[in-house]
Write a protein that binds this ligand. Structure first.
Ligand SMILES: [Ca+2]
Ligand SMILES: [Ca+2]
Length: 259
């Protein structure tokens, strides 16, 4: 069992390496065979620490560069002149009316748009400006009133609930940010907690709800391809929870403890 998995990964890597030097080549369908080697056989906090060591090795874009990059990472598969809007279940013209949503709200840790968490493509998504403004810096939780012009999303005074199709995407972006940012690089240690109304503290909740959303909305092909494009062409690091969804429950076992 183990042997065959390794062989499959090795085969994929060979294909990817052959394509890598060509501009615009199809991205990997999977991480290189050795990418997660330091995390092998680890659990819990040790796994989180190993993943942090792997994914902190990255290129860091400027905030200006992220706008152009999003036009590629979030292009609609059937129309590359448009970008998919995270919450709205529609696309917008790439040169049209959309803005950049920080899924880990940039006020939670107050990191702004300086190079670092505020420019990390793994949690930046094109968004309808009005919906982005409604989400504002709310934590994530269930319930509230419907968001106007964005069916399936709802919000109240202290939380935002995205539509079902992107609930898991949101959870995996938050988990990535938690493991990636641990207080190095001059930025705060971002971590999930099980609360709402976190304000400017470097926390986002609710962890139990996000983990539930991760379970019920597993990674889609669009999400996997996006992870590949960021890895191949921009940051050269990956979101481990898209590649290995099972690692979430090893790191966050349902308790409120967070690395
Ligand atoms: Ca999804
Ligand atoms: Ca952290």
């Amino acid at each position: 069992m183990r042997r065959s998995r390794v062989l499959i990964l090795a085969a994929v890597t060979t294909v990817g390496m052959a394509l890598a030097p060509t501009a615009g080549a199809a991205p990997h369908a999977a991480p290189p065979a050795d990418y997660y080697q330091p995390a092998e056989d680890k659990q819990g906090a040790e796994l989180a620490a190993a993943l942090h060591g792997i994914i902190r090795d990255q290129e860091v874009l400027s905030y200006d560069e992220t706008e152009q990059a999003l036009k590629q990472t979030d292009a609609a598969p059937d129309n590359p002149d448009t970008v998919l809007l995270l919450y709205s279940d529609r696309s917008a013209r790439a040169d049209g009316d959309w803005n950049r949503e920080h899924v880990w709200a940039k006020s939670h840790g107050d990191f702004g748009t300086a190079q670092g968490p505020g420019t990390d493509m793994h949690h930046l998504r094109p968004s309808d400006p009005t919906v982005n403004s409604t989400r504002s810096n709310l934590d994530f939780d269930t319930g509230g009133e419907p968001v106007e012009d964005a069916p399936g999303n709802s919000y109240d005074e202290d939380s935002f609930e995205p539509r079902d199709a992107v609930k898991g995407d949101v959870a995996r972006m938050i988990m990535y940010m938690d493991v990636r940012y641990n207080g190095g690089d001059g930025f705060p240690d971002l971590s999930m907690n099980d609360q709402v109304d976190n304000g400017k503290a470097p926390h986002i909740g609710r962890q139990s709800v996000l983990l539930n959303w991760h379970q019920h909305d597993p990674p889609s092909q669009v999400e996997k391809t996006r992870n590949d494009v960021i890895f191949e062409q921009y940051q050269h690091n990956r979101n481990p929870f898209i590649d290995h969804p099972e690692w979430a429950s090893s790191i966050w076992d349902g308790s409120t403890a967070s690395p």
